[in-house]
Design a protein around this ligand. Structure first.
Ligand code: SF4
Length: 365
């Protein structure tokens, strides 16, 4: 039986961060209940269409922890009863260190969650304030400790690069903080200034690191995390051996997934679908057909986000032909210049290559 991932989007946050363009906003207890009921119906809808085994489940957002322990467990119970879920499925819940204070980690663990991802972003107070975050580094440390006490082993922390006031020294401290917390996984994303956000309107006033500084921060992140035993396995993701995030690896391997929630995307039976970015669309059951997906160009683009990159054997068995010779020639040329590594089994980016991966990928496909 083929496997599939399930993503549940929880579109609520206690407070909107000024850089965020995810579909999320504040909600009341009544709205949380309405949302959970609507999502339960949609889980039934998708489960009836799906004959694949679920190998990963991911609750993201927004801030899943704001809806509280019981609603999270209710949704997970529903997925487990409606779908065929693999016994070893990776089941992740994103949490904010502040709203995690109310979470009963013992209960979420007993219902089957086995991975927690906390949005730390930085361990430096000035940077957290600049990002408009409502938690402190100490909140994150306590949340990690509470999750561990309940038996969670697989815990991730998110870091952000390119925050106003961030320096190489301050970033080193944030990375050291992650290592001190002894988590198994760290994600590290570059802050993007998205149109329509308060950060975009104030971008001239805020002091963001420039492109060169961002590149230095990225290289430092890769080196520091590796020094602490976190190996890079994707452009922005690092893990201790055996703790790589399986749900997201499925995206990058162009595997299938069902996304439920406003703005959530699905890739199912070779086609792409998504829910619009509004509660009305979601409650109105409007699913937008986004055409076919998973062609060879998309596969190359996604696979190259992974450190192992393109595995030639996997590409050939999927598309019935080797990588086009003109693309192979270009890959070898990029390898000569130190941007890629290539051998008889695979081709992937070096850390210098990851910095310019967008332009290289658009040249390759
Ligand atoms: S907590 Fe996350 S999803 Fe919510 S507003 Fe902040 S960045 Fe966006």
């Amino acid at each position: 039986m083929n496997s599939i991932g399930v993503y549940i989007h929880i579109p609520f946050c206690k407070q909107k961060c000024p850089y965020c363009d995810f579909f999320s906003g504040s909600g009341s207890e009544i709205e949380y209940d309405r949302y959970v009921q609507a999502t339960i119906q949609k889980i039934d809808y998708w489960a009836q269409l799906c004959d694949k085994q679920v190998s990963s489940i991911y609750f993201g957002g927004g801030t899943p922890s704001v809806i509280g322990t019981d609603r999270l467990c209710m949704l997970l119970d529903k997925i487990k009863s409606a779908f065929s879920v693999n016994d070893n499925a990776e089941i992740t819940c994103e949490m904010n260190p502040e709203s995690a204070k109310k979470i009963d980690f013992f209960k979420v663990k007993s219902h089957g969650f086995n991975r927690i991802s906390f949005g730390l972003q930085s361990a430096i107070e000035r940077e957290l304030n600049a990002l408009g975050r409502i938690h402190t580094a100490q909140d994150a440390k306590s949340a990690v400790e509470r999750a561990k006490e309940a038996g969670f082993i697989n815990i991730s922390l998110d870091l952000m690069l390119g925050i106003p006031f961030q320096t190489e020294e301050s970033l080193k401290k944030s990375i050291g903080f992650c290592a001190e917390c002894r988590v198994t996984h760290v994600s590290s994303y570059l802050l993007k200034i998205e149109k329509g956000t308060p950060f975009y309107s104030n971008k001239e006033k805020l002091q963001f690191p420039d492109d060169d500084e961002q590149a230095r921060l990225y290289m430092l992140t890769v080196d520091e995390l590796e020094r602490y035993g976190y190996c890079q396995y994707e452009i922005s993701n690092f893990a201790q051996k055996g703790f790589e995030g399986r749900h997201n690896i499925n995206y990058w391997k162009c595997g299938e997934y069902i996304g439920i929630g406003p703005s959530a995307h699905s890739f199912f039976d070779g086609k792409r679908f998504y829910y619009g970015r509004s509660m009305q669309d979601y409650y109105g059951r409007k699913i937008i057909d986004d055409g076919t997906g998973g062609d060879s160009e998309e596969y190359i683009m996604l696979a190259l986000r992974l450190k192992e990159g393109l595995v030639f054997r996997e590409y050939e068995s999927r598309y019935g032909a080797p990588i086009p010779p003109e693309s192979m020639e270009k890959i070898k040329n990029f390898a000569k210049h130190g941007f890629m590594e290539v051998d008889k089994n695979h081709a992937g980016f070096t850390k210098e290559g990851f910095l310019v991966s967008n332009s290289i990928i658009s040249d390759l496909i």
